[in-house]
Structures are given as C-alpha cells and as structure tokens.
Design a protein around this ligand. Structure first.
Ligand code: FES
Length: 158
C-alpha cells in the first residue's frame, strides 16, 4: 500500500521529502518548493552576473550595421539612451556625440567634409578624430567614441 514519508513540521530537510509510491519500497527525492524557488533565483542572479561580467570584459556595444552606414555615410544611433552620430569616411568609421556643442543641433543631419562633420544649423565644423571645434560659433569640442568594426557590426565603446 502506497504511503508518504515527510519531514516533521518545522524541520527542514536539505534534500526534500522521501516518498514511497508503491508497496515495493522504492524511495526517490521530491524537490521542495523552496529549493525550486532558490534554483530559479540563483539562475536569474547567474544570468545578471554573466551580463554584467560581459559588459565589464567587453565594453563595446553593437550599434549599427556597416552596410547601412556605407549607404548613408551619416547615421544617428541611440544606444543606452545616448545619441551618437556615426560617420563613414574613406573606409573609416567615426562615432561622435550627435549634438553640436554650440546649440543642440543634430550633427547627423549635417554634412561630411573629409574627416570633419559640419553642423547643419550654424556651420561649425568638428574634427571627427578628436571632436575639436574648427570654426565658430562652436568653441567646445564634442565627445568622440572608440569604434570597432567586426564583420558587418559597428561596435562603439560607450
Ligand atoms: S548649433 Fe551647431 S554651430 Fe550652432
């Protein structure tokens, strides 16, 4: 006759309850609910840990495809709440803040002049290599980002 063996109330067994299901004494372990919960909690924490570890070891983020940038030459991307202008000049990819340091004009709507980007609003040019403002009215530089190209992926260090 089947019967069930369980741990006394208030006492926790590390492995679970022992259950006999047939008249032949065969025992197996039934995981307790709290153990299952702990397993999924640990799995979630492990995934979070791995994603943070990946970010720490790989600071580059894929932001666009090289093919799309080759077509448009200038592209605005918005990774992690930032606004970045990507530029494609003579096989090189540049990433700079998509915001003019004079006023908040989108540089990705401007134009390329060699390795410079020209603001569409008042015409200041910025060096894509170091972000330096080359013409007035802008005086402050814009931020530049290190770029990696892997296959068709453009990866930017944010
Ligand atoms: S907003 Fe870019 S130069 Fe004025």
């Amino acid at each position: 006759m089947p019967y069930q063996y369980s741990t006394p109330p208030g006492e926790k067994c590390g492995l679970g309850k022992l259950v006999q299901t047939t008249s032949i004494p065969r025992f197996f372990i039934v995981p307790r609910d709290d153990i299952i919960g702990a397993f999924y909690t640990n799995l979630r924490l492990l995934r979070q840990y791995n994603s943070v570890r990946k970010k720490m070891t790989d600071p580059f983020t894929t932001v666009a495809s090289l093919e799309a940038l080759k077509t448009s030459k200038l592209l605005c991307v918005k990774p992690a709440g930032l606004r970045i202008a990507l530029a494609y000049v003579d096989g090189k990819v540049f990433a700079v803040d998509d915001s003019c340091s004079h006023e908040d004009a989108a540089l990705s709507k401007g134009s390329l002049h060699g390795e410079c980007i020209k603001c569409p609003l008042h015409g200041s040019r910025f060096d894509l290599n170091n972000g330096a403002a080359l013409d007035e009215p802008a005086e402050d530089p814009i931020k530049t980002y290190p770029v990696q190209v892997e296959g068709d992926d453009i990866r930017v260090m944010l």
